[in-house]
Design a protein around this ligand. Structure first.
Ligand code: SF4
Length: 195
């Protein structure tokens, strides 16, 4: 499957192409489960009837939470974004929702304890404990802010609640990877691999 190279794009005219090996009947059965219908409907209400482009991601998170009847949210944040996490937590609380926040440094474990190949004794990011604390807190919907690549994978592996990314970490591009991608033209794209 290589959609980006496809010339026909027949899927965009409501047709199924021959390269797809998934039985979409089974996909529909999954979509039609009540728990998935609730998410599908809430997501649709954020963008249908001309609303697409009218809400920021943070506004969408708040509205989505209300549509899903969540009352207690969690934020898993990178300690370097603590000021921003505090601001987001206050905005969410002001919207009428409860919010718990857990820093990536929770647990105070040093890097050499977590990474058996490391001798660094500085405090480590600790995504497994971060997720476990939010599980214990019974947060119904979790927002991540700036988790490092790799740590985000472990966090997503251990978090039990539905979760979404508010801020992706990209230290070079002010946490917006799209900034880099849209600037690359065809002649310059190999530059990105020279590191
Ligand atoms: S028609 Fe098939 S291959 Fe082409 S973009 Fe759609 S799904 Fe991908």
């Amino acid at each position: 499957m290589n959609c980006v190279k496809c010339k026909s794009k027949v899927c965009r005219t409501n047709e199924q192409c021959k390269t797809l090996s998934v039985d979409t009947v089974q996909s529909l059965e999954e979509y039609h489960k009540p728990e998935n219908q609730q998410i599908v409907n809430a997501a649709a209400q954020l963008v249908d009837d001309g609303r697409a482009g009218t809400l920021s991601r943070l506004q969408e998170i708040i509205e989505f939470s209300k549509l899903m009847n969540y009352s207690k949210l969690g934020i898993a944040y990178c300690y370097a974004m603590e000021n921003e996490a505090l601001l987001v937590a206050e905005i969410i609380r002001d919207s009428g929702l409860k919010i718990n926040t857990v820093s990536c440094t929770c647990g105070g474990l040093s890097q050499d304890k977590i990474n058996l190949e490391s001798e660094i004794q500085n405090v480590s990011c600790n995504p497994i404990t971060q997720a476990s604390q939010l599980n214990i807190d019974k947060t119904e919907f979790v927002i991540t802010m700036g988790l490092c690549l790799g740590h985000d994978i472990l966090f997503q592996k251990y978090i039990q609640a539905p979760n979404t990314v508010l801020i992706v970490k990209d230290r070079v591009n002010n946490h917006n990877p799209l900034n880099e991608i849209i600037k690359i033209n065809k002649n310059e794209r190999n530059k990105i691999l020279r590191f």
